[in-house]
Design a protein around this ligand. Structure first.
Ligand code: PLP
Length: 383
């Protein structure tokens, strides 16, 4: 078995070899700028690859290719949707939740500093937003509701179809951050009915630094980046061709394997959880196990400091996480777990294990053995 055993796939995933192989020619051989297709055969080759990736991305979420705008990341996609609507509307109120990723939370907070108002709705003890609270938060000047599809720390899947319907019944645009859910569970933008949906390739074995935003109506936002008018003028700058090609291939592979991987990862995850519960006292789950991403597990382990456990595991070649990778250097407890109602001590005894396509049963058994061993050791030291 190769080490490390990587159980932090919510932070990022390894690039698949098939994806890398398809990306490689776009660094040196097929290096042309796709926007030169009118006069250059090399440019035309790049342009065709760009449009193929757009179709691959669109297929994954049942969209039309012309509704896919390539971006530099999930963070950028979130910013593009939220600030794009705000810039277009010029003023107004935004509704989001307390447990969004910082790419959404900090974007909304930044807009507050520029004169917009915002409501951050709660989540319940199981990790779900409450539709009634969202409805009660709607004001006359509400311009956008942004609620994530699935949470990055606890994996709970939000009722976004209903939220989308609610938003539209009141003439409000709806954005969802699907960075964690995309390619792991089915996403159908026609069914969801959302106006915007954010995606990032590195969360499903594609390259880092590339994502896309699904936009139902391109007139509903102003661009964040002005320049040479690529991507219908919504995201100027020369295309990151290796990244975009890699994103497209990763979408196609994920789509092909989605059903089987979903079941396989849920089985590995459930096995891991059951073994933890059988072998250790004081293990409780953060967030509901129903309506949860198949690859996510977040558990509190009584009497354990998550930092010590993670450092200990790392020594044995097992990598897991305390919370979101973006806040891994923070000393404050996870805002998601606090929103869920955990005390700082409970949050600091919580560990996220997130499983990926590369994980085998042997790896899971090795990780379990070491988690159980270390928890017992730390508890014995505490006396
Ligand atoms: N949104 C969610 C839910 C995420 O989990 C992440 C990454 O962790 C992001 C947005 C940001 O994506 P990126 O790393 O591509 O900027």
């Amino acid at each position: 078995m190769k080490k490390p055993v990587y159980l932090d796939n919510a932070a990022t995933t390894p690039l698949l070899k098939e994806v890398y192989d398809k990306m490689a020619p776009y660094f040196m051989e097929s290096f042309a700028n796709p926007m030169t297709y009118m006069y250059s055969s090399l440019g035309l080759e790049a342009f065709k690859a760009l449009e193929q990736a757009r179709h691959q991305a669109a297929n994954l979420i049942n969209a039309q290719a012309e509704n896919i705008v390539f971006t530099g990341s999930g963070t950028e996609s979130d910013n593009m949707a939220i600030k794009g609507v705000a810039f277009k509307k010029k003023k107004g109120h935004i509704i989001t939740s307390k447990f969004e990723h910082h790419a959404v939370l900090h974007t909304v907070e930044a807009l507050k500093r520029h004169g917009f108002s915002a409501t951050f709705v709660d989540i319940d003890k199981d990790g779900f937003v409450d539709l009634n609270q969202i409805e009660d938060s709607i004001k006359q000047d509400t311009i956008l509701i942004s609620i994530m599809h699935a949470n990055n720390e606890i994996g709970t899947i939000q009722p976004i179809e209903q939220i989308s319907k609610l938003a539209h019944s009141r003439g409000i645009l709806f954005h969802t951050d699907a960075v964690q859910s995309c390619a792991h569970i089915e996403i159908d933008v026609q069914k969801i009915g959302c106006d915007f949906l954010s995606i990032s390739a590195h969360k499903f074995n594609g390259p880092k630094g590339v994502g896309f935003l699904y936009i139902k109506d391109k007139d509903s936002i102003y661009p964040l980046i002005d320049g040479g008018a690529q991507e219908w003028g919504l995201r100027s700058s020369t295309h990151n061709m290796p990244g975009i090609v890699g994103l497209g291939v990763a979408c196609e592979i994920a789509q092909k394997n989605l059903t089987s991987q979903k079941e396989r990862l849920a089985n590995l995850r459930d096995y891991f959880l059951n073994q933890l519960i059988i072998n250790l006292d004081g293990v409780s789950i953060n967030g509901s196990m129903k309506n949860r991403l198949p690859q996510n597990l977040n558990v509190q382990i009584d009497g354990i400091n998550n930092d010590s456990l993670l450092v200990g595991l790392n020594k044995y070649g097992v990598i897991a996480a305390g919370g979101s990778a973006c806040t891994a250097t923070d000393t404050v407890p996870s805002h998601v777990l606090v929103a869920l109602g955990l005390t700082p001590a409970q949050a600091n005894s919580s560990v996220r294990f997130s499983f990926g396509v590369q994980n085998s049963q042997e790896e899971i058994d090795y990780a379990l053995e070491n988690v159980i061993k270390l928890v017992k050791k730390f508890r014995a030291l505490r006396g």
